[in-house]
Design a protein around this ligand. Structure first.
Ligand code: ZN
Length: 404
């Protein structure tokens, strides 16, 4: 792994045992700021939470590879390892961001899909890929688990958990509403600018499926328990039938779940957030009018071919901006993956109604756009009911824990 003596000083290693799983961390940190040992102490609670959530980790070894240098390129998992290419920042800064949830997400892949997957992804045809319609399950459910296992272990407060769902819902609004999770799964290559929505709408839908299962079972069996049952039934080598998976889950749970899949995964019906969260004694409002003190960007941004692109223009009658346009500049700052935050920081201090100047690129041609910043909407409000009914409280308690 190491062949340059110049790298040696900034490479570090640490290891630990979590349940029956031997865990190793290897860290490359460009200036030596980050060490495996420091990261390990920050992620141990997450790893223990995974162990509890999975009722014992299903693998006996696992390796984390961290590469901290100038840019953030994200994180991805292999079978028994995951790799994180992130901008080198002090550990406290990393922990304020999404670092722990990245770890929780990638590590959870040891269960979905490693232990539960269809015949389409094993062996995966990299030359002529056929996408599984169950990417909603591999990625959406994994992202849901990454959050709720922290809530259930007390690492994350209920307020922060609900703030996370709010953020997922707000960001998801910048994507096409007509594409269902199944459409996004099958057409991941066809709609690369929509793909990120799997990680937004996916976990929210999984959260609702969990609540619905708990409601139907009187707090006895939620999505976690279903996943654990599936992982015992399948496993590393035994695949499920791509076309029968929905029916199989229905047969393992309740007939009502067929309607849930049909509405919210196969089709793209609006999610029943208000109704389902009310069962937990949590009020939800999709909209509470506008917040005249703040602005919204008003369009979505995504990444394609290492450039930042416009992802969701709300109303093409009011602007020349179109989905897929490259955001070349914000004012005079050229937008790259590395400085996207700095470029948009120029909007700091702007007010609703102010116009901002963008230089977009379409088919190789640059053009200027003046974009008027809209008022922020007060959206996706969650509020925990102070005096819930006994039924609400019982279901909330079941939801907040890993059931026996
Ligand atoms: Zn993933």
């Amino acid at each position: 792994m190491v062949d340059s003596p110049f790298l040696l000083g900034n490479l570090s290693e640490a290891q630990t045992q979590i349940g029956k799983c031997h865990i190793k961390l290897y860290t490359y940190s460009k200036t030596g700021l980050l060490k495996s040992s420091g990261i390990l102490s920050s992620v141990t609670d997450i790893l223990n939470a995974e162990d509890k959530f999975m009722d014992g980790l299903p693998v006996d070894h696992y390796t984390f590879l961290f590469d901290f240098s100038n840019i953030s390129n994200g994180a991805w998992e292999h079978s028994y390892s995951s790799e994180y290419v992130l901008k080198e920042l002090p550990l406290e800064e990393l922990l304020k961001g999404s670092f722990l949830t990245y770890i929780a997400h990638e590590f959870f892949h040891i269960l979905t899909p490693l232990h539960i997957h269809s015949q389409l992804i094993e062996p995966f045809n990299f030359v002529h890929p056929v996408m599984s319609q169950h990417l909603w399950f591999y990625e959406g459910t994994t992202e849901w688990a990454a959050w709720i296992l922290q809530l259930r272990a007390g690492i994350m407060s209920l307020d922060d958990y609900l703030k996370g769902i709010k953020m997922q819902l707000i960001t998801s609004e910048y994507f096409r509403k007509d594409l269902s999770l199944r459409d996004l799964s099958i057409n991941a290559y066809k709609y690369p600018d929509q793909y990120q929505n799997i990680y937004l709408k996916g976990p929210v839908t999984a959260a609702l499926l969990d609540i619905y299962l708990l409601k139907l079972s009187d707090g006895k069996k939620g999505l976690r328990e279903l996943i654990l049952q599936l992982s015992k039934k399948y496993g590393v080598h035994k695949t499920f039938d791509e076309d029968k998976f929905f029916d199989e889950i229905v047969s393992m749970t309740y007939p009502e779940i067929k309607i849930f899949f049909d509405k919210y995964i196969i089709h793209a019906d609006p999610l029943p957030l208000k109704e389902y969260f009310s069962w937990l004694g949590i009020d939800y409002e999709a909209s509470k009018g506008i917040d005249s003190s703040r602005f919204d960007l008003g369009f979505g941004v995504s990444v394609a071919n290492n450039r930042i692109i416009v992802a969701n223009v709300p109303d093409t009658s009011i602007t020349e901006m179109r989905n897929g346009d490259i955001i070349n500049k914000v004012y005079n700052i050229t937008v790259t993956l590395e400085n996207v935050q700095a470029a948009f920081m120029q909007l700091h201090g702007k007010k609703p109604g102010d116009e901002i100047k963008l230089v977009l690129t379409r088919n190789g041609k640059d053009f200027d756009v003046l974009w008027k910043l809209p008022y922020a909407q007060k959206k996706h409000y969650f509020e925990v009911v102070k005096s819930p009914t006994p039924e609400q409280l019982a279901l909330r308690n079941a939801w907040m824990q890993n059931l026996p």
